[in-house]
Design a protein around this ligand. Sequence first.
Ligand SMILES: Cc1cc2nc3c(=O)[nH]c(=O)nc-3n(C[C@H](O)[C@H](O)[C@H](O)COP(=O)(O)O)c2cc1C
Length: 310
Amino acid sequence: MQAGHPLALDFCGLSLSNPVLLAAGTAGYGCELNDAFDLARVGAVVSKSITRAPREGNPPTRILDSPVGMLNAIGLANVGVEAFLSQKLAARATIGCRLFGSIAGHSTQEYVSLAQAFDEDARLDAVELNVSCPNTADGLQFGEHPSVLRSLVGEVRAVVARKPLIVKLSPNAPDIVKMAEAAIASGADALTVANTWTAMAIDVHTRAFRLSNKRGGYSGPGIHPIIVRMVHDIFVQVARDAKRPIIGLGGVTRWEDAAEFILAGATLCGMGTALFIDPRSPLAVVEGLRRWTMDQGCKNITELIGQAHA
Ligand SMILES: Cc1cc2nc3c(=O)[nH]c(=O)nc-3n(C[C@H](O)[C@H](O)[C@H](O)COP(=O)(O)O)c2cc1C
């Protein structure tokens, strides 16, 4: 898809063929789903979150089905930054969409060193900060306190000079609009709204917690209407005036869900849990958005951003 196509758009100075993005942690290191379909048919893929050292993650059980979504407690399993850059990105040239690198850490220094490494690697187009992690220094989640987030984003911004810096917000913060304000004030170029909801499941027969980690993150269709509300509130109260694009992420399985995010104020729409149900589902979402844009009488989908009205 090229310029002039109804779905082609600009995101923080990057040209994307369309607004559909595969979310962090649900599409491997970035290239794996190329076996399911040609990744040139989506706008971007976000790598799973990478940490400084390799991590095994939590023991099983770490994924569960739920009637309207899923719970996961993967625990940031990944090969670590060195192997990610030296081995996993080797296939980068084979994918025809944008590739964003996600980073996670348990200290500000860990985030800063990873962000610097990602900023210097030309194979990555943007850096996404997964801030849903506790800081080992004080135990506070980076993504749940505005002052903690402001300080983290400021430090990371100082070393990300070449690429867009995206901050992925946690829906578990008491006031996500305040978190969006803090991220933008300290240098975020864009916001992803949002990560998973902290959740729990219990086996009523054995009385055992069903996830080995007890707690996990809830995602999928059940969270979608709540994230639509969050995208809308952040767009109207902060992001529109600050001219910072939003990636709407939560429960998109059909093109209508993605279109709802666009109308609420999102520029891009992520898909995560849907890939576990049908890895090719993004193709139908892209096609649905193309038809919808034309049915709405628009030349480009960006004309529909934030156009929900009373
Ligand atoms: C199995 C699984 C692993 C995930 N891993 C990550 C991760 O590594 N980093 C991250 O920022 N988000 C991670 N997420 C969260 C997703 O990127 C996304 O924010 C969330 O699932 C909501 O979108 P969805 O409802 O479309 O799945 C993960 C989600 C799932 C289901």
